[in-house]
Design a protein around this ligand. Sequence first.
Ligand code: 13P
Ligand code: SF4
Length: 317
Amino acid sequence: VEADAAWRDEVRELARERDAVLLAHNYQLPEIQDIADHTGDSLALSRIAASSSASTIIFCGVHFMAETAKILSPEKTVLIPDERAGCSLADSITGAELRAWKAEHPGAVVVSYVNTTAEVKAETDICCTSSNAVDVVRSIPADREVLFLPDQFLGAHVKRETGRENMHIWAGECHVHAGINGPELAERAAANPDADLFIHPECGCATSALYLAGEGIVAPERVKILSTGDMVTQARATKATSVLVATEIGMIHQLRKAAPDIEFSAVNDRASCRYMKMITPAALLRSLRENRDEVHVDPDTAARARGAVQRMIEIGQ
Ligand code: 13P
Ligand code: SF4
């Protein structure tokens, strides 16, 4: 299947017939981003999924994102074009592991990144995404212990920003972002002294970037730790003419559209998420033609998870 004019016409026509809204994450293939009704970060897409009046949501992203949409809108039909699109970060903690961790810290407030399964969300007090994690942790009274999961690099970023000592961090990671390393970033930054650095907080190199800034090797004002949605906002605001981007490479497409005069380049151009890329033009067309893959969340689990997800979309609004 080619993403040509005939494909675009059929996708748009089927979406209209089905009363479906097409949502795409910033890491999707460029042709999927371009045909979607909305392209954005995890938080923005969750908010749109919750408020949309369409009866069907086609979620071009990974499974936990579609599950989150279903938790927020159980009455809507939620489809993901390929249900095998998982997430290595979401797989790094199970519901049973979280229950055991909570038992070690009775009374702690559980903050889970949205990159988690519905079962983990059902054990969570407040969910967060990379764009509101700091605000979510700040909203918790200072004397309460916090269990933050599952991403260790996002956790380290939040701990640094909030200065919070009573915060325990799970040791999970995303294989794509963990692979963008400090030495590679330092080398690219040294070779591009005028470039801004846009760094996703899931990256293993976020700490190194702040170290480089602290040591004066990179001008501190050039280092920006941002969610994917905030990268787009920052691209429109920056005066830099070139930007080094440390996140999944799908992001570059949306950045170039937002600021065509800036030269964006990936710190690591092998940083591609194979799960995100399972949503191909063929898979999207099949999804619309055959009404699949439908996302189901056990109603009891969804009911227990809903409060935590609802708090996530309300904080930082
Ligand atoms: P955001 O789009 O919320 O920054 O999330 C990044 C990510 O890794 C999603 O899988
Ligand atoms: Fe999960 Fe990482 Fe892929 Fe995002 S980039 S979906 S965190 S594996």
